[in-house]
Design a protein around this ligand. Sequence first.
Ligand code: ARG
Length: 264
Amino acid sequence: MKKFMKGLLATTMVFAMMTSLVGCGGSEEAPAEEAAGTENTLVMATNAAFPPYEYYEGEEIVGIDAEIAKAIADKLGMDFAIEDMEFDAIIPAVTSGKVSMGMAGMTVTEERMQSVDFSDSYAKGVQVVIVKEDSAITSVDDLFAEGASHMIGVQTGTTGDLYTTWDLEDAGLAKVERFNKGADAVLALTQDKVDCVVIDNEPAKEFVAANEGLKILETAYAEEDYAICFAKDSELTAQVNGALQELIADGTVQAIIDKYISAE
Ligand code: ARG
């Protein structure tokens, strides 16, 4: 409890300080190499291994973020393109101006706000813990308990990585194993190479549904706001955010979310 709670509290405070920012996405992409650099193309950087926000359906990147971004581009009269990359390459791509914005179920954090600006928030996320059905880990507290030595799988550079790393450092344990994709962390769990995976709730549900013998712990680890990120002081931020606000107000964003996430 103690040390972990300290980390969680700090995390919660950061969230309270930030409350909401936003994001948008799109879906009919032109090849990004052609599109990037053309003034009138909104180029979204993402990591398309994060269903239902962004993932491949055949050759095409689909999902909540992709569709919201496309709707924003349409509203702004811009062409739209998606560039798929590792999650931890998104912010560098945004700050270097290689892409117009980053949208990847990306959580607003104080740390990221040092390097990028965020839109209003368009969705909530929850960090959850996936374990095997017969796991000895039954709650989030178990992960950080005195003497615990569980191996935690995470996707590199995500909040699941950042928070568990902080909390484990607090507890004097270093047991985070990083994977390029959430699905790879889940595969490692099915092979007993890690004891659990900390990841966002909606992808967690999809990964658990796709693999036998896994479950999500009932206790959540952290709550977060997803938003779109931009290079600091980019002119696009206000434009995209304005379009996003309209799409939230007229129900488009909710309709897109409902299309991908069925009510429990
Ligand atoms: N919400 C988490 C974060 O911002 C995970 C996002 C991972 N997104 C992805 N497209 N792989 O760190």
